[in-house]
Write a protein that binds this ligand. Structure first.
Ligand code: AMP
Length: 508
């Protein structure tokens, strides 16, 4: 029985020892190299780590980052990628939540860790790689693997939190194994595939890239981030590296079409395009389908909290630009259902009736690290089941069934948005602006049509000072594009900020 994702890694290493497992713009690792490097990392880490603890990895994504992930897993711990380009304050927030003993970084980023004020051990991968796998180290690692359970965490991914503190979703091996088995089988991913990785490693779309590759003995090509600013270079890269499979955020696919990339080149080997993260605009999908009439296109849906995705729809007909592309049906071994406002089940026959999308199954994750309150409010007992324990995740997404009984996305229940592919709680930006000297209060609104976050604020300061402060607190993708100073916030009769009035005032 596969109970550890290392089983995938070792099986692929035995089957394809010299095949490239992962490549970035500087280097590549065969399956043998990947296992070897991960083993060295694990050997070096053993004296610092316990079991089932988070190990933050403060590195940009690369082949070596994957080797570090695997090394951490070999020690019976779980990895948490911290993006070195994010502001110190945010990283420190996460480190505080994690209460970790050690950070793994590399020579490139070690200087930056001085600013973190982290009190534990900071170690470079370059040093770890020189650790020897002695007989006693091997015995220790074997015993860790032997006593591993599939409910042990594999990774945690931090998402934006509405109260200003990012939430760390903890995901165990079982959730990933169950999902990846089904994902690779449903979409025929095999050892013939070269998967072109777009997603950052702290975004769970990358989990599909990484574990589909390791399970199938495919090759993972890490596409340099900079290429997404130059679509022609991106297309050259995809073509030159014979990428077959794209598992990308909608926003990344739209970059190619927005810049009319296919007028320049249609890379030759792509045969699967799997997208998620937000509603795919049919106009853009149609351009992709025209370029690849024989490829499989799939709309997959789901939040990080249910391990990547819970529904899928293989596009099987033409869609007009005003048609709604469905999110489809649940993956095998997952139950996805709609609850109305009184927690009654909405049946597939009740087409168009809107309810909250809820998910049950082994893919439901373990909740938020060190955050019981938030966990308890979203991971709850299935209200339809009063007989035995069944935890479901309430996604906060509203959906409905179409006439064919396929699930479609409607909107969010709260103030979470998707902006250029990033999941953002507007409340987290509100909190950061509220903390700026001179601000009395702030409220952010998303202008979907123009793809802009608008920050309204009341107080005795200006846009420049706010932006300056925010740069030190929030990642760049969370910075509002527009700041609007208001005399006083409009208030609803319930005493809340009147967002509708704010937006009307802005548009007037
Ligand atoms: P994340 O946790 O970053 O993957 O973001 C999950 C959220 O993105 C979901 O709760 C939805 O609001 C949105 N989302 C993901 N996939 C889709 C999709 N295929 N169509 C519409 N919205 C999506």
């Amino acid at each position: 029985m596969v109970n550890n994702i290392l089983d995938y890694l070792y099986a692929s290493k035995n089957k394809y020892p010299d095949k490239v497992a992962v490549a970035d713009d500087k280097t590549s690792l065969t399956y043998t190299d990947l296992v070897g490097n991960a083993g060295n990392v694990a050997a070096g880490l053993l004296k610092y780590v316990g079991r089932r603890k988070p190990v933050p990895v403060y590195m940009d994504k690369s082949c070596m980052t994957l080797a570090v992930f695997m090394g951490i897993v070999m020690t019976g711990n779980f990895y948490v990628l911290l993006d070195p380009s994010h502001p110190v304050e945010r990283i420190n927030n996460i480190l505080e939540t994690l209460d970790a003993d050690i950070i793994v970084t590399n020579e490139k980023n070690i200087k930056k860790t001085d600013k973190l004020g982290f009190k534990g051990t900071i170690i470079c991968v370059e040093e770890l790689l020189s650790s020897e796998i002695t007989g006693s180290v091997k015995a220790k690692l074997d015993s860790i693997k032997e006593t591993h359970m599939d409910i042990d965490p594999l990774y945690a991914i931090f998402t934006s939190g509405s109260t200003g503190v990012p939430k760390g979703v903890v995901v165990n091996h079982r959730s990933v194994i169950d999902f990846i088995e089904c994902f690779t089988e449903t979409f025929n991913i095999s050892d013939n595939d070269i998967i072109g990785n777009q997603a950052p490693f702290d975004f769970d779309v990358s989990v599909k890239d990484i574990y589909s590759s390791l399970k199938c003995g495919a090759t993972l090509r890490i596409i340099p981030k900079s290429m997404f600013s130059f679509p022609t270079r991106l297309l050259d890269y995809l073509d030159d590296s014979n990428v077959t499979t794209l598992i990308w955020a909608v926003s990344a696919l739209c970059i190619v079409t927005t810049f009319k990339g296919f007028d320049y080149k249609i890379p030759g080997s792509i045969n699967k395009v799997i997208f998620s993260g937000e509603v795919m605009p049919v106009k853009h999908l149609n351009i992709w389908r025209e370029a690849y009439p024989d490829a499989m296109f799939v709309n997959v849906y789901g939040p990080t909290e249910i391990t990547c995705n819970c529904t899928y729809y293989i596009v099987d007909r033409e869609y007009g630009i005003d048609d709604v592309l469905p999110m489809g049906k649940a993956f095998k071994n997952e139950r996805v259902f709609l609850l109305d406002e009184s927690d009654n089940l909405i049946s597939e026959e009740e087409a168009k009736k809107i309810g909250e999308i809820c998910v049950s199954g082994t893919a439901v994750t373990m909740g938020y690290f060190n955050n019981k309150d938030k966990t308890d409010s979203a991971f709850v007992q299935n209200p339809l089941n009063k007989y035995f324990n069944e935890i479901i995740y309430r996604t906060g997404d509203l959906g409905y069934y179409n006439e064919e009984g396929l699930l479609c996305f409607s909107s969010r229940k709260d103030f979470q948005i998707k902006h250029n592919g990033h999941r953002i709680e507007l409340g987290e930006i509100d909190m950061a602006i509220n903390a700026v000297d001179g601000v009395v209060r702030a409220c952010c609104i998303y202008d979907q049509k123009n793809n802009k976050i608008i920050a309204f604020y009341e107080g005795d300061t200006d846009n420049k000072s706010i932006t300056h402060t925010l740069l030190g607190k929030l990642p760049k993708f969370m910075l509002p594009e527009v700041f609007e100073k208001v005399e006083s916030m409009p208030i609803t009769k319930n005493g809340k900020i009147d967002r509708k009035a704010l937006m009307e005032g802005y548009n007037a």
